[in-house]
Ligand binder design. Structure first.
Ligand SMILES: NC(=O)c1ccc[n+]([C@@H]2O[C@H](COP(=O)([O-])OP(=O)(O)OC[C@H]3O[C@@H](n4cnc5c(N)ncnc54)[C@H](O)[C@@H]3O)[C@@H](O)[C@H]2O)c1
Length: 343
């Protein structure tokens, strides 16, 4: 197995999960340098994770270190420039979600990596969460038949503004922040959508964007789904960061309930099982489900590089998810159903 040399850019709130996950995968990849425009953050990430070099300028890091891949953990406004720099330097890249703030930047950065002939994966970790991976495996086995209906729900009142204060300032908020995840999961179970209708709500005072969105979709095979995204739900216990699923097929159904409980109804028998993540020395509640999926996402990236295959959440694949987000915002504007762009 090849030991790959990675470099990471963006040493903020979420990068700690990436760096811990790279440490879990140390026999396959070594992070040789980190970069942040804030030198203190870069220095402290390097010190905490035993990384030999840190930088405040991304292109200097690329020219000096010549890494095999870059892990981009900055917020969306910087993604296009950073991915385009990777393309210029001929370096493979994994980039956090959302891919970019808007459609034009998404297409431009995917196209830049296409032209450079280098792999690009979006760090879309929700479909790599333990219960969702297992539920998708059961759905894909065919035992539940063809998809007919689905509900995908992420509802919480968890104080996400504490760790990520910039979220209060984002004008296109819940659909871009959590909708990309939930709509991506909906695609995994239901296939591509042909029609998107969305109603949004702004509930919390003092933030700029919508904090609740309900998206109804018709899928290519005629199935119907509802995706719910809320940062404004009051419920006890709060299930952050769990996504609950109810998937129905022509032969059976599966529900992903609270605390990773799967409930399966199928002609081959009904059963329940728990598909929970294993504990991590560096992880902890409520983030364990996500932290475990960060390791799985990064493992998938290395598997794809080793196999020379397109990652499941490649830039191209993620354009299909982003198209649903754009269609949802357009539906909010027009008040009617919208056909998403197809690739
Ligand atoms: N998948 C998940 O569960 C999940 C959870 C939280 C955050 N995220 C994503 O992770 C990304 C980062 O979020 P965060 O909360 O860590 O943000 P953050 O603001 O805490 O950290 C981002 C860091 O990037 C640095 N930066 C910005 N532009 C740069 C540039 N051009 N060169 C070098 N450094 C630069 C900033 O100085 C900052 O330290 C976001 O895209 C967010 O959506 C994902």
């Amino acid at each position: 197995m090849t030991l790959r040399r990675g470099a990471l850019v963006g040493c903020g709130f979420f990068a700690r999960n990436h760096l811990n996950a790279w440490a879990e995968l140390a026999d396959r990849a070594k992070i040789v340098a980190v970069c942040d425009v804030d030198g203190e953050k870069a220095a402290s990430a390097a010190a905490d994770f035993g990384i030999p070099a840190f930088y405040t300028d991304f292109e200097t890091m690329l020219s000096t270190e010549k890494p095999d891949f870059v892990d981009i953990v900055t917020t969306a406004p910087s993604h296009r420039a950073l991915v385009e720099a990777c393309a210029r330097h001929g370096v493979a890249a994994v980039v956090q979600k959302p891919l970019a703030p808007d459609w034009e930047d998404c297409r431009a950065l995917v196209s830049a990596m296409d032209k450079a002939g280098r792999p690009l994966m979006v760090h879309e970790n929700f479909r790599f969460q333990a219960p969702l991976l297992r539920a998708a495996e059961i759905a894909r086995s065919g035992v539940l038949g063809e998809p007919t209906w689905g509900r995908f729900a992420f509802r919480t009142g968890y104080d996400i503004y504490k760790g990520q204060p910039y979220l209060a300032e984002v004008e296109r908020f819940v659909l871009l922040d959590i909708g990309v995840h939930v709509l991506d999961v909906a695609r995994v179970f239901m296939g591509e959508a042909t029609s998107v209708y969305c109603l949004d709500q702004a509930i919390k005072q003092g933030i700029k964007g919508e904090d609740q969105a309900t998206v109804m979709m018709r899928h290519a095979n005629g199935a119907v789904s509802v995706s719910e995204c809320s940062y404004a739900s009051r419920q006890s216990p709060d299930l952050f960061p769990q996504t609950l699923i109810h998937f129905e097929g022509t032969k059976g159904s599966i529900r992903v309930e609270a605390d990773c409980r799967l409930v399966v109804t199928s002609p081959e028998g009904n059963f329940t099982e728990i598909a929970a993540p294993k504990p991590l020395s560096w992880g902890g509640e409520p983030w364990l489900l996500i932290q475990d999926s960060v390791v799985s996402t990064q493992r998938h990236w290395l598997d794809s590089l080793d196999a020379g295959s397109e990652p499941a959440t490649s830039g191209h694949d993620n354009l299909n998810t982003f198209a649903l987000v754009e269609a949802a915002y357009k539906s909010i504007e027009t008040g009617g159903p919208v056909t998403p762009e197809a690739f």
